[in-house]
Structure formats: structure tokens, C-alpha cells
Design a protein around this ligand. Sequence first.
Ligand code: SF4
Length: 684
Amino acid sequence: MATKYGGYMGEALWMDLDQGTHRPFEISDRDRELFLGNKGLGTKIIWDHLKPGIDPLGEENLLVITTAPLTGTGAPCSSRFNVSCKSPLTGGVMSSNSGGTFGINLKRAGYDALVLAGKARQPIYIEITEDKIEIHDAADLWGLDTEETQAVLAKRHGKNIGQMVIGPAGENLVRFACIISGERAHGRGGVGAVMGSKMIKALVASGKKKIPIPNPEEYKKVIKEWIDLLKAHPATGGTLPAYGTLGMMGKANILSVLPTRNFQKGSYEFTDEIDGEALVKKHLKKNTGCLSCPIRCARVVEINGKEVKGPEYETVGMFGSNFGNRDLWKICEWNYLLDKMGLDTISAGSVIDFATELTEKGLLKSDLQWGDAARIAPLIEDIAHRRGLGNDLAEGAMRLSWKYGGEAFAIHSKGLELAAYEPRRSAGMGLGYATANRGGCHLNAGYMIYFENLGPVNVSPLSTLGKPQLAIFQQNAFDAISACGTCIFTSYAVLPGIASKVKPYGTMAKVLDITLRGSGGVLGMVLNLPAGMIPFHLPLIPHSKVIGTLTGMKMSLGEFLAAGDRVYNLERMFNIREGLVENRLPDRLTKEPQDPKNPATKVALGAMLPVYYKTRGWDSRGIPTVKKLKGLGLDFLLSALPDAKKTMPELQGAFHTRLVEIDGEQDVTIKNMIARNAAVKKPK
Ligand code: SF4
């Protein structure tokens, strides 16, 4: 097996865990052209090999690890690699990427991708090098937290190996368990629970193989131009390195998009005690970043004399304003604990916030209270070990609402809890959350909040005009950026640096606002042009030029965006095949105005969805049309299109019935796993 394209190793592995065997796995060059890598190829693999309706925590699910052409090639932020599977939280498509240590090492060991099928009978970890693929007993690791596990494996295999590990949350099948790689997390959608269900505690990889770069001098040149652009840009060379993602919290608060007390409000009275400046002043030790990153948005704090990762904006939002808590130091400690337990910080925070409101309203008996920090650390451990109330919370906000009520204010989309952006003051963000294939993910949503509130220009946040088209552009661009193997934050440079000098609410800001909103029709047409009709590159979106130079593929801006559109449609078709068709948000966000005196402060989803569907080339139910799929070269999806006579409620109803059935089967699996894990004494 090989490939004619640069940036790829040309080999992939399929491991059958039941048998303990492995074999080469073919990825065609056609799939590389269509889906590039990372979430693109990962989604294609689960599309090809997963039967619809399977139990995500059962043996039939796959855990697919994919890299991308840029991974490990020295391009900015290019340590990104991806995990794909069917999500135990949503029942739909899941992809989760990180800038951890494993992806580069997997490539250097000689592989672009690794597919893990079936289930081991006992805890294992897998070692992959240039010379061997070995399954090791992990009985001595099972029960350890992610930090302890990585320390043992580094001692055993060398400190430069790449690792992916789960903590107690993954072992106990918590639906939002994550996978940790170095200090970075594949956070969302329960990928750690799928790894735990297969009894895989860890993966380690190392190697020295060279990644093929056919034209190294030219590649170095385009990479240097890109790094210079990122360093010179006020966002990627200024705000992000200085304050990290937390730098935008103050602005989020002023513009009422900072979720507060379970999204009841959009601003928090003690924001200045938990924002980016507060972290820099009180707790920051230094900046850090993923491998190969010139932006370095990550923070380092010191806990118990040890330098550890500091919290991101989303974590502070969920455990700060959204929990009514002003103690930033506690959030730093919880962030560290969440990573050690292997829990997604966004979902964990959100479900605690929801449970606190349930308690306040008398729907749940618990001792949770807004801002009461004393209960949180033990609760995080209880969630990870599925003990007491923690066992209920380990199911996520959607299932918690099925059990205790409060569906109107269980803040999720498709079962995935929303990240820390209040969409009632950001129409496009609300639309993005509702349509995102992963569910309540700000990135899969297209991160419209950057255009509407938090970036250098503010495209009227409450207006629906032009938002469907902008959201589609962003969603496609983000999927293309992910698929090529770099970080979404490289897209911050898409708005010229000069935009940051525009005076908020001044004349120029108004002109930009009107122009961007009014460009919806034109943008809609551009989005539907054949890729070949956009044959150029744009300096502020250098990704297409870089990918073309590295791989040798024909790659203009049009082709690059088409790849993103293709990935988005493939993800959508995965969900449709499962029956997960509905794009909705909880009533709090669509029916209750954030400001009772201003009825416009809610997400006008009904007004935006029809335009969104039409612009995407989907029918009125949100199903891609034959023309759309053929236009993207996705003819293999045509046979999976649902019966045109089936209504949305019929399709969604069947999905819900199957989800509840699977949950019933999983109750037994989860109980057995908890009992098994509790019986195993934690190794010293
Ligand atoms: S910008 Fe931040 S998240 Fe992205 S690669 Fe760099 S350090 Fe990692």
C-alpha cells in the first residue's frame, strides 16, 4: 500500500482486539483527495465500517485514530490528530482532535491511521513502533489517573513516546470521558468511554521515519510565510499568546454572551475575578502550546509545586460564571483534577450547572448550590467513578433531564452540552449550535461568535440576515482546516489585522456590519459554485496553498472549501443514517428572551433554518439532495438517503426509540464495568 501524495505515510493499521491481531488497512488515494485526513478520513472510515444502530459502548463500535497530511510536518499548529467513533453521548457522529503527542509519533512509526475494532477481554495497552505492534497487559495501569498512567508508560518506554490514555472516567464508561495525550485532550463526545469499553487503557507510539515532503524547499517557504502571518496578526500573535482563550471573557461578559448560572443570563457580576487578566495577574506561570505551535494559547499554572495546564475559556465559563463561582484558583485545581480523571471539562461543568438548577427548582435532591465550591472536587471524582449522584451526572445533561425533568433548560444540542457561549445574543452561533453535527460544539458550529461578538468586527449579533450563509462558510472552513491537520485558531487570521483597529460602533464598524450581513446572498452563491470556479488562494487563508504544496494535490481555495463541505455533508449523512436528523436547541434558548424586555434576545432558529437548508443544498427536512451529494462527488451516499415521504418527526422518533433501547442494554454493561472496576484494588 502506498500513496502518490506527499505528507502521508501511505500505511494504516486495523487491529482486531478480540483476536489480538492486526493487519494493513487500505486507504485509497481517492479518499485522501476527497477527505484529506483527520476528521475527514475518520468519518469516512466509520461510515464505511459501522452498521447503523449499533451500541456505541458495544464491541461493534470502532475507535478510529487518524492523522492528516500536515501532522508532524512543521506547519503551524500541526500536531493535530483525530479520534472518530459513534458517540455514547449523542448516538451520532463524533470526531475529537487534539494537539497531543501521539499523532506525530504514530506517523513516525509509519502509519497514517489506526482502527481499533472489537474488545479486549482484559485491560490492555498497545505499543506501536517502526518494528513492532504489541499488545501489553494493563492490569497494573487500570485504576490509575491519566497523569499516573503517562508517568508509568514514559518510564517504561521512554519520555519521548507519544501517548493516548484514559482515566477512571473512561474505565467507568462516563458518557463524556475524554482521552488525554500529553497535556492535551480529545475532549468531547465520550471518545474516552469508547476506549474504555474496549478495555484499552493506553496507546503508545514512537518512531523515526521521515514524513515524505516531495518539495521541501518550497514547503519550507510557504510554511515560513504562514508562521510570519500568524505572528504578525493581532489575534494569533497578540491576544491569544498574551491571555489565551480566557482573554475574551471580559468582552463576552460585556456583550452578554457569557453563560451565567446554567445559561439563565449572559453576564456575570464577578467576571473580573475569573477572566484572562485575573489569571495572568494571580496564577500564570508561563505560556505553553501544542507541538509546532507559534501561537501558544495554552496556560501553565502551579499546583502543589507542580507546573500543570491552566484552564481554557470554556472551562472557566462552565465552572465559573455558569456555576456562579468567582474562585479562579479553585477552577485551576478542578481543571487539573478533571484532566487526571479523564473528563471533558465542558460537559462535566455543564451537567453540574444543570444539576444545580434542578436542585434549586426542587426537581433533584442534592446539596449543590450556586457557587458552593466545597462540593465540586468530590463530585468530579464521584462522576469519574460513577458513585452516588455522580453516577446520574455521568450520563450527561440530556439523560439527566429525562430522569429528573427540566428538558427546557438542559443546555445541549443532540445530547452534547453547549460550550460557554450564550447564543441568545449571537444568532449565528445559535444556528451553528443547532446544526452542528457533533451537537453543542462551538467549533463544529462554525464559531460564529467570533464574527458576531468576540472578534474585531461585530456583525449585528441579533440579526438573522446573512447568518445562515456565514455559518455555512465557517462550518465548511473549520472542517477543512481540521481535516488538513492544523488548529482552528489559525483561522483567526482570516480577518485582516487592520480590522482590530476599527473603533467599535464607529462608522467603519457599521459599514463592515452592513456589508457582511448584506453579503449573504452573494456568499450563498459562492458557496454553491463548483470548486474549479474558485481557482486561486487567499493570503489570509494560506491552508489551501500549503496543502497543495505538501501533497501535490490540485488544491485551490475552492477545492479546499469543497473538502470541508464534503466532510460536513458526510457527517450529516452519518447522523441521518442513524436517524439523528433534528436540529434544535432547548426551549430556554429559543423561547425565553435573555432580556425579558427585548423579545429579540432569543435564538430565532425557525427563521434561519430554512435559509440554511436551502443554501446548503438540503431539502426542507435538512436532508442533502441528490444534486448536492453528486456535486461533491459523494455518490456513494445516495443509497443511504431516507425515504422522501418520511417526515422529520418520524425519522427522529425512530432514533429516540433506538437510543432508549440501547441505553437499556448499556445499563447492564455499565453496572458490570463499575462492579468490575470497584473490585480491582487500585495499584500502588
Ligand atoms: S493555538 Fe492553542 S490549541 Fe491551537 S495548536 Fe496552538 S496551543 Fe494548541
